[in-house]
Design a protein around this ligand. Structure first.
Ligand code: B12
Ligand code: SF4
Length: 531
């Protein structure tokens, strides 16, 4: 093995092209490696901050300068279904126009949009794979022993598929990469990590379900990061930008469509509050006032309320009283004290992923939420002075949706509007993009909606239609509702969907939404066999 902690080792972190989201993953990896191997020379190169036409030249230049022998490629996202304008247009709208429009012209527009989108999707995939190949080839000119290792959110989800297109010898990694890099640099065997080597080993069965190694996270050293990443300032210029800070890893829940709990593992690992605050203070000193706590869930369960309280109190004690922050929040895990601290520390946006306003469905989807408690906690949050934006993520038609459960979701949403104000509650209508290694995937295979061996990365219309989860009998109904919403008010899609659903179906009594009938044997079977 050739990696040791000497001046000879040079690591280049390449964040593959991505919308401008702070590349916290590579920042943490570089920080971790530096703390263990201070002599190893490193450089972060963020293609997210480079114009597309310059990608190839900029990468070559960077490699020529550093001459690395370890290339760490970080790939953040691949999947693009969302009710927002993506890089190639609005993917959800295109897909729905193509699948559900009755007007042939709109259908055609959807088909053209879909083609454009598929073209941009595959172009991005091939381009990123091309960049990996190009980088490796270039680095080998100087150091023939150079290895490429790839990881990041997109790789964690699609690790089985991506390996097929990568150069032999590339290490494909799932989940956090700190220990893997440590092993590589020490020249130690790394094959027990969640990874495989293209052309040499295959991913172990259920590899993604293996628990990640526990590491004690310390505050990232941003002086060091700045020294190996001159373009860091790019992210400091925009005052609206939310810089990522991780406060914990892991989520203990089991929501049927979610892969976060698998990528990060079910074991919640808290980063010490003092370290998180020390990290934030460095960013604060550089002018950052907006933070995104990038945890899968900021408060994963009631037993972590104390940790959230400690962190927020320490943020206040540190004098950072003019910041804003955002996060994914399980609003069933709040107390009045925590609500007060959230408002005081400047939380100005949060996302609640309840998925449905029907307790019955929430239970069937294994979300573990008590919707009544969520409402009570939201009232506490409002009373504590929270007066900003809440995004409530709804995904209709995941499982066993009926007109009645839709009416219940409307009732629930209207109640949230009463609490926060209609202008403050943004219904974010997602259709679940089915992901591998989730209970929903098992369910789809079991129900023969998907065939074993299907390609979860395919954007071919016949596969995409199934992956963009909106099954019949209600699929066409939702398709038409969404099309009408885009037509009526494309700029306020979520609220428009809610309004149309209410016009068509009416609104249930809130109590009906909050009470879930005792689970029948038939319902229990739904997802029970997919553990
Ligand atoms: C927080 C978050 C967000 C926040 C980000 C806020 C911010 N300012 O940072 C918000 C809500 C804005 C967001 C948005 C989106 N997100 Co998001 N997000 C996450 C989440 C929960 C955590 C990401 C994170 O920062 N983690 C903390 C850092 C430290 O971890 P990390 O970057 O993953 O890096 C670690 C490892 O991946 C690994 N690693 C990283 N690179 C490398 C490289 C090598 C070689 C190795 C060995 C290891 C390695 O080591 C790192 C340190 O441990 C993940 C799910 C998850 N639990 O991972 C999804 C996730 C990254 N998002 C995803 C997506 C799709 C999106 C969207 C594109 C959704 C959409 N369609 O609109 C958008 C847009 C993003 C964009 N680029 O514009 C996907 C990406 C995969 C995919 N399906 O394509 C994920 C994985 C969720 C999922 N399962 O689908 N997201
Ligand atoms: S609570 Fe959130 S992160 Fe955890 S499993 Fe459910 S959807 Fe995933």
């Amino acid at each position: 093995m050739y990696y040791t902690d000497t001046m000879e080792n040079k690591v280049l972190y390449v964040r593959l092209p991505c919308n401008p989201i702070f590349p916290i993953g590579v920042v943490y990896l570089a920080d971790h490696v530096h703390k263990l191997f201070p002599k190893v020379e490193q450089r972060i190169f963020d293609l997210g901050a480079v114009p597309p036409l310059d990608y190839r030249t900029a990468l070559d230049n960077c490699i020529d300068k550093l001459r690395p022998n370890l290339l760490v490629f970080s790939w953040r996202d691949i999947q693009i279904y969302a009710p927002v304008g993506g890089r190639g247009g609005n993917p959800l709208q295109n897909a729905f126009e193509f699948y559900y429009a009755k007007n042939p012209l709109i259908k055609l527009r959807g088909a053209v949009g879909g083609l454009r989108l598929a073209a941009s999707y595959y172009t991005e995939l091939w381009r990123n794979i091309g960049l990996i190949k190009q980088g490796l080839k270039r680095a080998k000119v100087y150091r023939p022993e150079t290895r490429a290792v790839i990881g990041g959110g997109a790789v964690s989800v699609f690790y089985e598929q991506l390996g097929r297109s990568l150069p032999t010898g590339t290490i494909v990694s799932v989940g956090e990469g700190e220990v893997l890099l440590e092993r590589l640099i020490r020249g130690e065997d790394f094959r027990d990590q969640r990874c495989y080597v293209v052309g040499e080993t295959s991913p172990r069965d259920r590899m993604i379900h293996e628990a990640p190694a526990s590491i004690e996270k310390t505050a990232c050293d941003y002086d060091y990061i700045n020294s190996i990443w001159p373009e860091f300032v790019y992210y400091l210029q925009d005052q609206d930008f939310y810089i990522g800070v991780q406060t914990k890893r892991g989520c203990p829940h089991n929501c049927c469509y979610c892969v976060y709990t698998v990528i990060e593992g079910k074991q919640v690992r808290i980063n010490p509050a003092d370290e998180v605050v020390a990290e934030m203070k460095q960013l604060y000193a550089r002018g950052i006032r907006n933070f995104w706590f990038t945890d899968a869930q900021f408060i994963p369960a009631r037993k972590y309320i104390g940790d959230a309280v400690e962190l927020l109190q320490k943020i206040l004690d540190a004098g950072m009283d003019d910041i804003h922050w955002a996060a994914y929040i399980r609003a069933d895990n709040l107390t009045p004290q925590l609500c007060e601290l959230m408002a005081k520390t400047g939380m100005n946006y949060f996302e609640i992923g309840i998925t449905s306003g029907s307790q019955e469905l929430v239970r069937k989807m294994r979300m573990g939420y008590n919707l009544r408690v969520v409402l009570e906690n939201c009232r506490d949050l409002k009373a504590a002075g929270f007066n900003d934006l809440v995004s409530v993520n709804y995904s209709f038609n995941v499982i066993d949706e009926t007109y009645e459960t839709i009416r219940q979701t409307i009732a629930y949403h209207r109640e949230l509007e009463k609490i926060f104000g209609a202008d403050k509650v943004e219904p974010a209508i997602f259709f679940i993009g089915l992901q591998p290694h989730t209970h929903l995937e098992d369910y789809a295979l079991e129900k023969e909606i998907l065939k074993p061996g299907y390609d979860p990365m395919s954007l071919m219309p016949w596969t995409a239609r199934k992956l963009l989860w909106n099954p019949e009998p209600l699929g066409a109904f939702f398709g038409e509702v969404c099309l009408e919403a885009w037509q009526r008010n494309p700029n306020d899609f979520g609220r428009e969907v809610m309004a149309i659903l209410e016009e068509k179906l009416g609104c249930a009594e809130l109590n009906e939404a909050l009470s879930a009938p005792i689970v029948s044997e038939k319902n229990q079977k739904h997802l029970a066999r997919v553990n």
